[in-house]
Design a protein around this ligand. Structure first.
Ligand SMILES: Cc1cc2nc3c(=O)[nH]c(=O)nc-3n(C[C@H](O)[C@H](O)[C@H](O)COP(=O)(O)OP(=O)(O)OC[C@H]3O[C@@H](n4cnc5c(N)ncnc54)[C@H](O)[C@@H]3O)c2cc1C
Length: 503
């Protein structure tokens, strides 16, 4: 195999420069060095003075796919990042104050070619039996019972809670082991080629010049390359996702770690609680039009358990996406590429998809419009669908206890989402669009959890006599309950499998 023949508008593509060393930067460096290392010369630039956003600790199951791609041993990874397991998210106070539902990563019941399992369940419910839909989901029942187990034969669908700083360190060690060069210091200026505006080099405050053929912008919300230099443009979604501020604080643990993230709504947003092995990550997400920073800080400090380990920090953001995530010879990943709030823990997933897609579409034959167009189209499509799923949590509410919830309940929403809600409300029909992250069971759990009640459902359940339907449902429920019963507590399993400090 020959290397170094790839062209960027007449220039060889060999040198990849990753600007930024947060989760996005190190994920990109780790994946590229592991998968394409011998073909590339990778440098990562980061500034200790600027630091990272320091949050982003709840993942979804695709994190396991990414670890597999990198050849990471799970128990080692969990020990070094103080991770715990995650089976889903507990949504509290969303439909109404006092409500709770778990959006789990599991499959609900058994579907048929004709339609989803929930149609059988709705049929049973109409006849007064069947219990809760969640009774038919193993991961959900395990989460409720605070139990967990996995081994090489287990089919449980799960993700991780991890320490963002330790995750960065873990990936850095891997990347440097694969030959990535790290340069510490501030980027003072981005140098562009006069004839076409392609990026040529990063000029450091020290005066050092870091030249590259392809640049990956992982500089966080500032988007130093993609926006400040290349003016890729921003599509604003804040009218649909109005929260714009977060306060994050870490606390000591006061109880065994549960295998789920908590997302507890309050009068102007929501609060997260993410249990790790050595501490708990907490944060308050809010809309600054409806809550001041002081009020948010007081609310957060009132609600947390455990001793704060740091001073709460305010983080400002806006919901939206770059109009082009790949522009000229620059690809933006992570917060530099766009952001929808962390309610469904999707940002790290988007980094993973972004870097995987970049490797699949790597411009070996030179950067060209067809590649850029394809990359940007896929990125746009996926983020829009995630956006709709998150808006659903705000729109489908009965809360009317504050101006914030009045706004959300009555706001206009994208047509794509309005059609989905109508389809479910009228017919109990849900679907996963091509290329969409969230599956049917996710839409279902959230729609029902947010009190969207279907007016009718498919009648396939009527083809079963009620006794038979009851028996089939009881058997499914019973199997799940027994399987959950047989598992250790989540904390006991973490202690045995991957306790930090053990080998
Ligand atoms: C409140 C909140 C909660 C979140 N929770 C979750 C979650 O639970 N799950 C999830 O998946 N995601 C979550 N996210 C998103 C997640 O935090 C990010 O996707 C992830 O941390 C990646 O960030 P980043 O690497 O893009 O940016 P950053 O962490 O901001 O890193 C930027 C890097 O660029 C460097 N840099 C910037 N400017 C310069 C310069 N001039 N010179 C040199 N270096 C520079 C910095 O030093 C740093 O290394 C959350 C985000 C927020 C805001």
């Amino acid at each position: 195999m020959t290397t170094g023949e790839n062209h960027v508008s007449g220039q060889i593509v060999k040198k990849v420069v990753v600007a930024g060393g947060g989760t996005a930067g190190w994920m990109a460096a780790a994946a590229l060095s592991k998968q394409l290392g011998p073909l590339l010369d990778i440098t990562l630039v980061e500034s200790d003075d600027i630091g990272t956003v320091g949050v982003g600790e709840s993942t979804i199951p695709t994190a396991r796919t990414f670890n597999a791609l990198l050849g990471i041993d799970e128990a080692t990874f969990m020990r070094e990042t103080q991770s715990t397991f995650k089976l889903g998210i507990s949504f509290e106070n969303w439909g109404q104050i006092g409500d709770r539902y778990i959006h789990s990563f599991g499959q609900v019941g058994k579907s048929t070619w004709m339609g989803g399992f929930h149609h059988f369940w709705l049929q049973a419910r109409a006849q007064g039996f069947g219990g809760e839909l969640g009774d038919y989901c193993f991961e959900l029942k395990a989460a409720e019972a605070d139990r967990f187990f996995t081994d090489e034969n287990a089919t449980t669908n799960y993700a991780y809670h991890l320490d963002a700083t330790l995750y960065g360190r873990f990936l850095r060690k891997m990347s440097e082991g694969k030959g990535v060069r790290r340069l510490e210091g501030k980027i003072a200026r981005v140098q562009q080629r006069a004839e076409d505006g392609f990026i040529e080099a990063l000029v450091m405050e020290s005066g050092e010049i870091v030249e590259g053929d392809l640049f990956i912008d992982c500089t966080g919300f500032r988007g130093l390359l993609i926006e400040q230099t290349l003016k890729a443009g921003w599509e604003d979604w804040s009218h649909w996702l109005p929260t714009n501020s977060a306060l994050a604080v870490q606390t000591t643990s006061t109880e065994p770690a549960v295998p789920y993230t908590r997302a507890i709504a309050h009068k102007a947003g929501w609060r997260w609680k993410i249990p790790l092995q050595h501490r708990v990550g907490n944060g308050l997400v809010y809309c600054s039009d409806h809550m001041s920073d002081d009020e948010a800080r007081a609310l957060l400090l009132r609600e947390i358990d455990g001793e704060p380990l740091i001073e709460p920090r305010v983080i400002r953001y806006g919901a939206g996406r770059r109009r082009k995530t790949w522009s000229k010879n620059c690809v933006a990943l992570g917060l530099a590429s766009g952001f929808v709030e962390p309610l469904e823990s999707t940002s790290i997933h988007m980094i993973m998809i972004g870097v995987t897609r970049l490797m699949q579409l790597f411009p070996f034959g030179g950067v060209n419009d067809a590649l850029i167009e394809r990359y940007n189209r896929l990125a746009e499509d996926e983020l829009e669908k995630i956006r709709d799923f998150i808006i659903l949590h705000y729109k489908a509410t009965e809360r009317s206890d504050s101006p914030f919830w009045d706004y959300c309940r009555t706001m206009d929403i994208p047509d794509s989402l309005a059609q989905r809600i109508d389809l479910f409300r009228e017919n109990a029909q849900v679907f996963q669009a091509p290329g969409e992250l969230f599956q049917v069971d996710s839409w279902l759990q959230v729609l029902l959890g947010q009190r969207v009640e279907p007016r009718s459902h498919h009648h396939m359940g009527r083809m079963m006599p009620p006794d038979q339907l009851r028996q089939a449902l009881d058997s499914l429920k019973g199997n799940i309950a027994r399987a959950v019963e047989g598992m250790p507590s989540h904390q006991a399993f973490v202690d045995r499998y991957c306790a930090a400090g053990s080998t």
